[in-house]
Design a protein around this ligand. Structure first.
Ligand code: PLP
Length: 496
Protein backbone atom coordinates (compact mmCIF):
# COMPACT_ATOMS: atom_id res chain seq x y z
CA UNK A 1 0.00 0.00 0.00
CA UNK A 2 1.15 3.55 -0.77
CA UNK A 3 0.90 6.74 1.31
CA UNK A 4 -1.12 9.59 -0.16
CA UNK A 5 0.27 13.05 0.55
CA UNK A 6 -1.35 16.43 0.07
CA UNK A 7 0.11 19.80 -0.86
CA UNK A 8 -1.07 23.33 -1.53
CA UNK A 9 -2.28 24.54 -4.95
CA UNK A 10 -0.09 27.63 -4.48
CA UNK A 11 3.58 27.92 -3.50
CA UNK A 12 4.16 26.16 -0.19
CA UNK A 13 6.29 23.04 -0.41
CA UNK A 14 5.00 21.32 2.76
CA UNK A 15 3.44 17.91 2.32
CA UNK A 16 0.84 16.70 4.80
CA UNK A 17 -1.15 13.56 5.52
CA UNK A 18 -4.89 13.46 4.88
CA UNK A 19 -5.58 13.79 8.63
CA UNK A 20 -3.50 16.98 8.74
CA UNK A 21 -5.11 18.36 5.58
CA UNK A 22 -8.58 17.73 7.04
CA UNK A 23 -7.72 19.33 10.39
CA UNK A 24 -6.16 22.44 8.86
CA UNK A 25 -8.73 23.03 6.11
CA UNK A 26 -6.66 25.58 4.21
CA UNK A 27 -2.92 25.42 3.49
CA UNK A 28 -0.68 27.99 5.20
CA UNK A 29 -0.18 29.98 1.99
CA UNK A 30 -3.93 30.33 1.45
CA UNK A 31 -4.01 27.57 -1.18
CA UNK A 32 -6.19 24.46 -1.18
CA UNK A 33 -4.86 20.99 -0.43
CA UNK A 34 -4.76 18.60 -3.36
CA UNK A 35 -3.71 14.93 -3.40
CA UNK A 36 -0.31 14.21 -4.92
CA UNK A 37 -1.86 11.73 -7.37
CA UNK A 38 -5.17 10.32 -8.58
CA UNK A 39 -5.42 6.71 -7.35
CA UNK A 40 -6.63 4.46 -10.14
CA UNK A 41 -9.71 2.25 -9.93
CA UNK A 42 -9.91 -0.56 -12.50
CA UNK A 43 -13.08 -1.59 -14.30
CA UNK A 44 -13.21 -4.85 -12.37
CA UNK A 45 -12.96 -2.92 -9.10
CA UNK A 46 -15.83 -0.72 -10.29
CA UNK A 47 -17.90 -3.80 -11.19
CA UNK A 48 -17.19 -5.20 -7.74
CA UNK A 49 -18.96 -2.16 -6.22
CA UNK A 50 -22.28 -3.11 -7.80
CA UNK A 51 -23.56 -5.54 -5.14
CA UNK A 52 -22.23 -3.50 -2.19
CA UNK A 53 -24.02 -1.13 0.18
CA UNK A 54 -23.33 2.60 0.01
CA UNK A 55 -21.21 2.36 3.15
CA UNK A 56 -19.09 -0.43 1.66
CA UNK A 57 -18.64 1.48 -1.58
CA UNK A 58 -17.59 4.53 0.46
CA UNK A 59 -14.94 2.56 2.36
CA UNK A 60 -13.43 1.27 -0.88
CA UNK A 61 -13.13 4.73 -2.44
CA UNK A 62 -12.13 6.65 0.69
CA UNK A 63 -9.27 4.33 1.62
CA UNK A 64 -7.55 5.16 -1.68
CA UNK A 65 -7.14 8.76 -0.51
CA UNK A 66 -7.17 8.53 3.30
CA UNK A 67 -4.21 6.17 3.53
CA UNK A 68 -3.28 7.26 7.06
CA UNK A 69 -6.65 6.11 8.47
CA UNK A 70 -6.90 2.43 9.42
CA UNK A 71 -9.61 0.22 7.92
CA UNK A 72 -11.32 0.15 11.34
CA UNK A 73 -11.23 3.92 11.65
CA UNK A 74 -12.72 4.40 8.20
CA UNK A 75 -15.38 1.80 8.79
CA UNK A 76 -16.37 3.50 12.05
CA UNK A 77 -16.46 6.96 10.46
CA UNK A 78 -18.56 5.80 7.51
CA UNK A 79 -20.99 3.85 9.63
CA UNK A 80 -21.56 6.72 12.08
CA UNK A 81 -22.02 9.12 9.16
CA UNK A 82 -24.56 7.25 7.07
CA UNK A 83 -26.08 4.30 8.87
CA UNK A 84 -28.62 5.95 11.18
CA UNK A 85 -29.23 9.42 9.81
CA UNK A 86 -30.48 8.80 6.25
CA UNK A 87 -34.09 8.06 5.39
CA UNK A 88 -33.31 5.76 2.43
CA UNK A 89 -31.32 2.53 2.85
CA UNK A 90 -29.56 3.21 -0.44
CA UNK A 91 -28.43 6.60 0.98
CA UNK A 92 -28.06 8.11 -2.52
CA UNK A 93 -30.59 6.35 -4.78
CA UNK A 94 -30.76 6.75 -8.56
CA UNK A 95 -34.23 7.19 -10.03
CA UNK A 96 -35.28 7.30 -13.67
CA UNK A 97 -37.14 10.53 -14.44
CA UNK A 98 -38.17 10.86 -18.06
CA UNK A 99 -35.16 10.27 -20.30
CA UNK A 100 -32.63 10.98 -17.57
CA UNK A 101 -31.40 9.40 -14.35
CA UNK A 102 -31.66 11.47 -11.20
CA UNK A 103 -29.20 10.86 -8.35
CA UNK A 104 -30.97 11.92 -5.15
CA UNK A 105 -28.41 13.30 -2.73
CA UNK A 106 -30.85 14.66 -0.16
CA UNK A 107 -31.87 11.75 2.03
CA UNK A 108 -29.73 12.93 4.96
CA UNK A 109 -30.83 14.84 8.09
CA UNK A 110 -31.05 18.32 6.48
CA UNK A 111 -32.65 17.28 3.16
CA UNK A 112 -29.83 18.65 0.99
CA UNK A 113 -26.75 17.15 -0.62
CA UNK A 114 -24.34 18.81 1.83
CA UNK A 115 -25.17 15.98 4.24
CA UNK A 116 -23.34 13.51 2.00
CA UNK A 117 -20.09 15.22 2.99
CA UNK A 118 -20.97 16.92 6.25
CA UNK A 119 -22.14 13.80 8.02
CA UNK A 120 -18.72 12.29 7.34
CA UNK A 121 -16.38 15.28 7.77
CA UNK A 122 -16.86 15.63 11.57
CA UNK A 123 -16.13 11.93 11.94
CA UNK A 124 -12.96 12.25 9.87
CA UNK A 125 -11.98 15.37 11.81
CA UNK A 126 -12.49 13.94 15.31
CA UNK A 127 -10.49 10.90 14.29
CA UNK A 128 -7.79 13.15 12.81
CA UNK A 129 -7.63 15.16 16.05
CA UNK A 130 -6.96 11.98 18.02
CA UNK A 131 -4.49 10.62 15.47
CA UNK A 132 -2.39 13.79 15.43
CA UNK A 133 -2.47 14.31 19.24
CA UNK A 134 -4.08 17.73 18.86
CA UNK A 135 -4.89 19.23 22.30
CA UNK A 136 -6.44 22.58 21.33
CA UNK A 137 -10.12 23.05 20.65
CA UNK A 138 -10.84 23.13 16.93
CA UNK A 139 -13.15 26.00 15.99
CA UNK A 140 -14.93 25.43 12.69
CA UNK A 141 -15.87 28.61 10.82
CA UNK A 142 -18.46 28.29 8.09
CA UNK A 143 -19.79 30.82 5.60
CA UNK A 144 -23.00 29.47 4.12
CA UNK A 145 -25.37 30.29 1.32
CA UNK A 146 -27.93 28.21 3.20
CA UNK A 147 -27.48 24.48 3.06
CA UNK A 148 -23.90 24.09 4.25
CA UNK A 149 -24.59 25.88 7.50
CA UNK A 150 -27.30 23.58 8.72
CA UNK A 151 -25.57 20.45 7.44
CA UNK A 152 -22.36 21.46 9.25
CA UNK A 153 -24.23 22.30 12.46
CA UNK A 154 -25.99 18.95 12.30
CA UNK A 155 -22.73 17.09 11.69
CA UNK A 156 -20.65 18.90 14.32
CA UNK A 157 -23.18 19.47 17.12
CA UNK A 158 -21.70 18.10 20.36
CA UNK A 159 -18.62 16.73 18.57
CA UNK A 160 -15.76 16.15 20.98
CA UNK A 161 -13.07 18.86 21.09
CA UNK A 162 -14.68 20.80 18.24
CA UNK A 163 -16.84 23.96 18.21
CA UNK A 164 -18.63 25.49 15.25
CA UNK A 165 -19.65 29.02 14.23
CA UNK A 166 -21.82 29.58 11.16
CA UNK A 167 -22.27 32.87 9.28
CA UNK A 168 -25.18 33.20 6.84
CA UNK A 169 -26.26 36.18 4.69
CA UNK A 170 -29.15 37.96 6.39
CA UNK A 171 -32.15 37.68 4.06
CA UNK A 172 -30.15 35.54 1.62
CA UNK A 173 -31.45 32.12 2.68
CA UNK A 174 -34.93 30.58 2.55
CA UNK A 175 -37.20 30.80 5.63
CA UNK A 176 -36.81 27.06 6.17
CA UNK A 177 -33.03 27.21 5.82
CA UNK A 178 -32.95 30.01 8.39
CA UNK A 179 -35.20 28.12 10.78
CA UNK A 180 -33.09 25.01 10.43
CA UNK A 181 -30.01 26.96 11.53
CA UNK A 182 -31.37 29.23 14.24
CA UNK A 183 -33.01 26.30 16.05
CA UNK A 184 -29.84 24.21 16.16
CA UNK A 185 -29.18 22.63 19.53
CA UNK A 186 -25.75 21.70 20.95
CA UNK A 187 -23.49 23.32 23.53
CA UNK A 188 -20.70 23.92 21.00
CA UNK A 189 -22.59 25.81 18.27
CA UNK A 190 -23.11 29.47 17.30
CA UNK A 191 -25.11 30.93 14.38
CA UNK A 192 -24.76 34.54 13.14
CA UNK A 193 -26.65 36.53 10.46
CA UNK A 194 -24.25 38.74 8.46
CA UNK A 195 -25.63 41.91 6.87
CA UNK A 196 -24.25 41.25 3.39
CA UNK A 197 -24.43 38.54 0.72
CA UNK A 198 -22.79 35.10 0.64
CA UNK A 199 -19.60 36.37 -0.98
CA UNK A 200 -19.25 38.95 1.82
CA UNK A 201 -19.60 36.21 4.41
CA UNK A 202 -17.16 33.93 2.59
CA UNK A 203 -14.62 36.72 2.18
CA UNK A 204 -14.95 37.57 5.88
CA UNK A 205 -14.20 33.98 6.86
CA UNK A 206 -11.25 33.81 4.48
CA UNK A 207 -9.81 37.02 5.95
CA UNK A 208 -10.10 35.63 9.47
CA UNK A 209 -8.22 32.52 8.36
CA UNK A 210 -5.45 34.68 6.89
CA UNK A 211 -5.12 36.99 9.92
CA UNK A 212 -1.96 36.20 11.94
CA UNK A 213 -2.87 38.48 14.87
CA UNK A 214 -6.21 36.76 15.15
CA UNK A 215 -4.53 33.34 15.15
CA UNK A 216 -2.28 34.47 18.00
CA UNK A 217 -5.24 35.70 20.05
CA UNK A 218 -7.03 32.43 19.47
CA UNK A 219 -3.91 30.41 20.32
CA UNK A 220 -3.89 32.10 23.74
CA UNK A 221 -7.42 30.73 24.12
CA UNK A 222 -6.20 27.22 23.14
CA UNK A 223 -8.24 27.40 19.98
CA UNK A 224 -7.29 26.63 16.39
CA UNK A 225 -9.43 27.53 13.41
CA UNK A 226 -10.50 25.08 10.77
CA UNK A 227 -13.01 24.99 7.96
CA UNK A 228 -15.95 22.85 6.98
CA UNK A 229 -16.55 24.79 3.77
CA UNK A 230 -16.18 22.89 0.55
CA UNK A 231 -12.54 23.94 0.33
CA UNK A 232 -11.74 21.37 3.05
CA UNK A 233 -10.38 18.15 1.59
CA UNK A 234 -12.61 16.24 4.00
CA UNK A 235 -15.63 17.79 2.26
CA UNK A 236 -14.52 16.89 -1.22
CA UNK A 237 -13.47 13.30 -0.74
CA UNK A 238 -16.86 11.96 0.47
CA UNK A 239 -18.46 13.42 -2.66
CA UNK A 240 -16.31 11.34 -5.00
CA UNK A 241 -18.04 8.25 -3.60
CA UNK A 242 -21.49 8.91 -5.02
CA UNK A 243 -20.25 9.24 -8.59
CA UNK A 244 -18.92 5.69 -8.31
CA UNK A 245 -22.04 4.61 -6.45
CA UNK A 246 -24.39 5.96 -9.13
CA UNK A 247 -22.39 4.18 -11.82
CA UNK A 248 -22.46 0.97 -9.77
CA UNK A 249 -26.25 1.28 -9.42
CA UNK A 250 -26.72 1.56 -13.19
CA UNK A 251 -24.47 -1.48 -13.60
CA UNK A 252 -26.44 -3.43 -11.00
CA UNK A 253 -29.70 -2.60 -12.79
CA UNK A 254 -28.27 -3.65 -16.15
CA UNK A 255 -28.81 -0.16 -17.59
CA UNK A 256 -25.15 0.03 -18.66
CA UNK A 257 -22.34 -2.45 -19.25
CA UNK A 258 -18.99 -2.10 -17.48
CA UNK A 259 -16.93 0.45 -19.33
CA UNK A 260 -19.84 2.35 -20.90
CA UNK A 261 -19.35 6.07 -20.45
CA UNK A 262 -22.02 8.09 -18.67
CA UNK A 263 -22.45 11.85 -18.41
CA UNK A 264 -23.26 13.81 -15.28
CA UNK A 265 -24.96 17.18 -14.90
CA UNK A 266 -24.28 19.08 -11.69
CA UNK A 267 -26.05 22.17 -10.31
CA UNK A 268 -23.01 24.19 -9.39
CA UNK A 269 -22.12 26.94 -6.94
CA UNK A 270 -18.74 26.66 -5.27
CA UNK A 271 -17.61 24.00 -7.79
CA UNK A 272 -17.15 21.34 -5.07
CA UNK A 273 -19.74 18.85 -6.22
CA UNK A 274 -18.74 18.88 -9.88
CA UNK A 275 -15.04 18.81 -8.98
CA UNK A 276 -15.63 15.51 -7.17
CA UNK A 277 -16.95 14.22 -10.51
CA UNK A 278 -13.74 15.36 -12.18
CA UNK A 279 -11.75 13.43 -9.57
CA UNK A 280 -13.86 10.32 -10.24
CA UNK A 281 -13.14 10.66 -13.96
CA UNK A 282 -9.41 11.05 -13.35
CA UNK A 283 -9.53 7.92 -11.17
CA UNK A 284 -10.86 5.86 -14.05
CA UNK A 285 -14.65 6.06 -13.73
CA UNK A 286 -16.01 6.02 -17.31
CA UNK A 287 -17.32 9.59 -17.41
CA UNK A 288 -18.00 11.32 -20.72
CA UNK A 289 -18.92 14.93 -20.09
CA UNK A 290 -19.49 16.83 -16.87
CA UNK A 291 -22.18 19.42 -17.51
CA UNK A 292 -21.89 22.45 -15.25
CA UNK A 293 -25.30 24.02 -14.61
CA UNK A 294 -25.61 27.57 -13.25
CA UNK A 295 -28.46 29.94 -12.51
CA UNK A 296 -28.45 33.64 -13.48
CA UNK A 297 -25.15 33.98 -11.60
CA UNK A 298 -23.49 32.40 -14.62
CA UNK A 299 -19.85 33.23 -14.03
CA UNK A 300 -18.92 29.54 -14.49
CA UNK A 301 -20.87 29.22 -17.75
CA UNK A 302 -18.83 32.10 -19.15
CA UNK A 303 -15.61 30.70 -17.74
CA UNK A 304 -16.08 27.25 -19.23
CA UNK A 305 -17.00 28.76 -22.59
CA UNK A 306 -14.25 31.41 -22.78
CA UNK A 307 -11.56 30.55 -20.24
CA UNK A 308 -11.94 34.01 -18.73
CA UNK A 309 -13.12 34.25 -15.13
CA UNK A 310 -14.71 37.61 -14.44
CA UNK A 311 -16.57 38.23 -11.22
CA UNK A 312 -17.32 41.85 -12.08
CA UNK A 313 -21.02 41.47 -12.80
CA UNK A 314 -24.37 41.93 -11.11
CA UNK A 315 -25.17 39.55 -8.30
CA UNK A 316 -28.67 38.03 -8.39
CA UNK A 317 -30.68 36.49 -5.61
CA UNK A 318 -32.36 33.63 -7.43
CA UNK A 319 -34.80 30.80 -6.73
CA UNK A 320 -31.75 28.51 -6.33
CA UNK A 321 -29.92 30.43 -3.56
CA UNK A 322 -27.33 27.73 -2.86
CA UNK A 323 -25.91 28.48 -6.30
CA UNK A 324 -25.86 32.28 -5.87
CA UNK A 325 -22.08 32.54 -5.94
CA UNK A 326 -19.65 34.67 -7.92
CA UNK A 327 -16.37 33.24 -6.64
CA UNK A 328 -16.25 29.46 -6.89
CA UNK A 329 -13.44 28.53 -4.53
CA UNK A 330 -12.95 24.94 -5.64
CA UNK A 331 -12.15 25.99 -9.17
CA UNK A 332 -8.63 26.61 -7.88
CA UNK A 333 -8.12 22.86 -7.52
CA UNK A 334 -9.19 22.26 -11.10
CA UNK A 335 -6.80 24.96 -12.32
CA UNK A 336 -4.00 23.21 -10.49
CA UNK A 337 -4.82 19.78 -11.89
CA UNK A 338 -5.05 21.11 -15.44
CA UNK A 339 -1.74 23.00 -15.26
CA UNK A 340 0.24 21.36 -12.43
CA UNK A 341 1.78 24.82 -12.21
CA UNK A 342 1.52 26.33 -8.72
CA UNK A 343 3.06 29.66 -9.67
CA UNK A 344 0.47 30.07 -12.43
CA UNK A 345 -2.40 29.18 -10.06
CA UNK A 346 -1.10 31.60 -7.42
CA UNK A 347 -0.85 34.34 -10.05
CA UNK A 348 -4.43 33.78 -11.25
CA UNK A 349 -5.74 33.79 -7.68
CA UNK A 350 -3.91 37.03 -7.04
CA UNK A 351 -5.43 38.59 -10.16
CA UNK A 352 -8.84 37.43 -8.99
CA UNK A 353 -8.31 39.01 -5.58
CA UNK A 354 -6.92 42.27 -6.98
CA UNK A 355 -8.71 42.78 -10.31
CA UNK A 356 -11.66 40.41 -9.91
CA UNK A 357 -10.67 38.66 -13.12
CA UNK A 358 -8.16 36.28 -14.69
CA UNK A 359 -7.52 34.89 -18.13
CA UNK A 360 -7.03 31.12 -18.33
CA UNK A 361 -8.07 30.86 -21.96
CA UNK A 362 -4.93 28.84 -22.70
CA UNK A 363 -6.74 26.05 -20.85
CA UNK A 364 -9.85 26.21 -23.00
CA UNK A 365 -9.21 23.03 -25.05
CA UNK A 366 -8.64 21.05 -21.86
CA UNK A 367 -11.70 22.56 -20.19
CA UNK A 368 -13.94 21.83 -23.17
CA UNK A 369 -12.67 18.29 -23.36
CA UNK A 370 -14.24 17.50 -19.97
CA UNK A 371 -16.86 20.15 -19.28
CA UNK A 372 -19.92 21.62 -20.96
CA UNK A 373 -21.80 24.51 -19.42
CA UNK A 374 -25.24 26.07 -19.48
CA UNK A 375 -27.31 28.39 -17.32
CA UNK A 376 -30.99 28.89 -16.60
CA UNK A 377 -32.63 31.97 -15.14
CA UNK A 378 -35.55 31.86 -12.72
CA UNK A 379 -38.22 31.84 -15.43
CA UNK A 380 -36.56 28.85 -17.12
CA UNK A 381 -36.17 27.13 -13.76
CA UNK A 382 -39.88 27.44 -13.02
CA UNK A 383 -40.82 26.28 -16.49
CA UNK A 384 -38.60 23.23 -16.04
CA UNK A 385 -40.21 22.28 -12.72
CA UNK A 386 -43.64 22.59 -14.34
CA UNK A 387 -42.88 20.64 -17.51
CA UNK A 388 -40.97 17.81 -15.83
CA UNK A 389 -43.79 17.46 -13.31
CA UNK A 390 -46.37 17.46 -16.08
CA UNK A 391 -44.47 14.90 -18.13
CA UNK A 392 -43.27 12.53 -15.38
CA UNK A 393 -45.07 13.36 -12.12
CA UNK A 394 -41.69 13.92 -10.46
CA UNK A 395 -41.12 17.12 -8.48
CA UNK A 396 -37.72 18.78 -8.90
CA UNK A 397 -36.39 21.34 -6.45
CA UNK A 398 -35.18 24.64 -7.93
CA UNK A 399 -31.48 23.69 -7.98
CA UNK A 400 -32.09 20.33 -9.57
CA UNK A 401 -34.39 21.98 -12.12
CA UNK A 402 -31.51 24.19 -13.29
CA UNK A 403 -29.46 21.03 -13.79
CA UNK A 404 -32.22 19.03 -15.45
CA UNK A 405 -32.68 21.80 -17.99
CA UNK A 406 -28.95 22.02 -18.67
CA UNK A 407 -28.83 18.24 -19.15
CA UNK A 408 -31.63 18.39 -21.72
CA UNK A 409 -29.94 21.33 -23.41
CA UNK A 410 -26.70 19.39 -23.61
CA UNK A 411 -28.38 16.39 -25.17
CA UNK A 412 -30.32 18.33 -27.77
CA UNK A 413 -27.41 20.59 -28.72
CA UNK A 414 -24.75 17.90 -28.96
CA UNK A 415 -26.76 14.82 -29.87
CA UNK A 416 -24.87 12.89 -27.18
CA UNK A 417 -27.33 10.21 -26.05
CA UNK A 418 -25.12 8.42 -23.54
CA UNK A 419 -26.86 7.88 -20.18
CA UNK A 420 -27.15 11.16 -18.31
CA UNK A 421 -27.19 11.29 -14.52
CA UNK A 422 -28.52 14.56 -13.06
CA UNK A 423 -27.36 15.25 -9.52
CA UNK A 424 -30.36 16.24 -7.41
CA UNK A 425 -29.10 18.40 -4.58
CA UNK A 426 -32.15 19.25 -2.50
CA UNK A 427 -35.53 17.89 -1.54
CA UNK A 428 -38.29 20.02 -3.11
CA UNK A 429 -39.57 20.53 0.45
CA UNK A 430 -36.59 22.69 1.26
CA UNK A 431 -37.77 25.23 -1.32
CA UNK A 432 -41.48 24.50 -1.14
CA UNK A 433 -42.72 28.05 -1.84
CA UNK A 434 -40.72 28.36 -5.05
CA UNK A 435 -41.66 24.88 -6.22
CA UNK A 436 -45.36 25.45 -5.52
CA UNK A 437 -45.26 28.76 -7.33
CA UNK A 438 -43.67 27.05 -10.33
CA UNK A 439 -46.46 24.47 -10.27
CA UNK A 440 -49.06 27.23 -10.32
CA UNK A 441 -50.33 26.71 -6.77
CA UNK A 442 -51.76 29.59 -4.74
CA UNK A 443 -49.45 30.19 -1.77
CA UNK A 444 -50.18 33.81 -0.87
CA UNK A 445 -50.35 34.23 2.91
CA UNK A 446 -49.47 30.61 3.70
CA UNK A 447 -46.54 29.78 5.96
CA UNK A 448 -43.73 27.35 5.20
CA UNK A 449 -45.49 24.47 6.94
CA UNK A 450 -48.80 24.91 5.13
CA UNK A 451 -46.73 24.94 1.97
CA UNK A 452 -45.21 21.59 2.87
CA UNK A 453 -48.70 20.13 3.09
CA UNK A 454 -49.67 21.70 -0.23
CA UNK A 455 -46.55 20.27 -1.82
CA UNK A 456 -47.23 16.83 -0.42
CA UNK A 457 -50.63 16.79 -2.12
CA UNK A 458 -48.94 17.41 -5.45
CA UNK A 459 -45.62 15.57 -5.24
CA UNK A 460 -46.88 12.54 -3.31
CA UNK A 461 -43.44 12.42 -1.64
CA UNK A 462 -43.43 12.22 2.16
CA UNK A 463 -42.54 15.43 4.03
CA UNK A 464 -39.11 14.85 5.63
CA UNK A 465 -39.80 14.40 9.35
CA UNK A 466 -36.95 16.71 10.35
CA UNK A 467 -38.43 19.57 8.31
CA UNK A 468 -41.91 19.07 9.72
CA UNK A 469 -40.47 19.14 13.26
CA UNK A 470 -39.13 22.68 12.75
CA UNK A 471 -42.68 23.91 13.33
CA UNK A 472 -42.32 23.45 17.08
CA UNK A 473 -38.58 24.02 17.44
CA UNK A 474 -37.32 26.85 19.63
CA UNK A 475 -35.24 29.70 18.13
CA UNK A 476 -31.89 29.64 19.96
CA UNK A 477 -29.68 31.93 17.83
CA UNK A 478 -30.81 35.49 17.08
CA UNK A 479 -27.39 37.16 16.77
CA UNK A 480 -26.26 39.22 13.79
CA UNK A 481 -23.31 41.42 12.73
CA UNK A 482 -22.07 43.74 9.99
CA UNK A 483 -19.78 42.21 7.38
CA UNK A 484 -16.86 44.02 9.01
CA UNK A 485 -17.73 42.62 12.45
CA UNK A 486 -17.19 38.91 11.91
CA UNK A 487 -13.74 38.63 13.53
CA UNK A 488 -15.07 40.20 16.72
CA UNK A 489 -17.89 37.64 16.82
CA UNK A 490 -15.38 34.81 16.50
CA UNK A 491 -13.22 36.10 19.35
CA UNK A 492 -16.24 36.61 21.57
CA UNK A 493 -17.36 33.02 20.95
CA UNK A 494 -13.86 31.63 21.57
CA UNK A 495 -13.75 33.43 24.94
CA UNK A 496 -16.94 31.76 26.18
C1 PLP B 1 -24.33 23.64 -2.15
C2 PLP B 1 -25.41 23.37 -3.10
C3 PLP B 1 -25.19 23.41 -4.47
C4 PLP B 1 -23.86 23.79 -5.08
O1 PLP B 1 -22.84 22.84 -4.83
P1 PLP B 1 -21.31 23.27 -4.97
O2 PLP B 1 -20.54 22.11 -4.47
O3 PLP B 1 -21.13 24.48 -4.13
O4 PLP B 1 -21.06 23.55 -6.41
C5 PLP B 1 -26.25 23.09 -5.30
N1 PLP B 1 -27.47 22.79 -4.80
C6 PLP B 1 -27.71 22.77 -3.48
C7 PLP B 1 -29.09 22.46 -3.00
C8 PLP B 1 -26.70 23.04 -2.58
O5 PLP B 1 -26.95 23.01 -1.27
Amino acid sequence: MYTMNYFSTRGATERVSSAEAILKGLASDGGLYVPAAFPQVSLSEIEALAPLSYEERAERILRLFLTDYTEEELQGCVSRAYSHTFDDVRRAPVRTVGELEVLELWHGPTSAFKDMALQLLPQLMSTARKKTGEQDTILILVATSGDTGKAALEGFADADGIRIMVFYPDGGVSPIQRLQMVTQTGANVSVVAVRGNFDDAQRGVKEIFGDAAMAAELAALHTKLSSANSINWGRLVPQIVYYFSAYADLLAEGKIAAGDAVNFTVPTGNFGNILAGYYAKRMGLPVGKLVCASNANNVLTDFLQTGIYDRARDFYQTLSPSMDILVSSNLERLLYHLTEDKAQVAAWMKELAVAGKYDASALLPKLKDVFWAACADDAATEEEIRTVYGRTGYTLDTHTAVAYRAAEGYRSETGDTRPMIVLSTASPYKFAASVLHALGAQTAGSDAFTQMTLLQERSRMAVPTRLAALHDAKVLHEGGCEKTGMAEMVLAFART
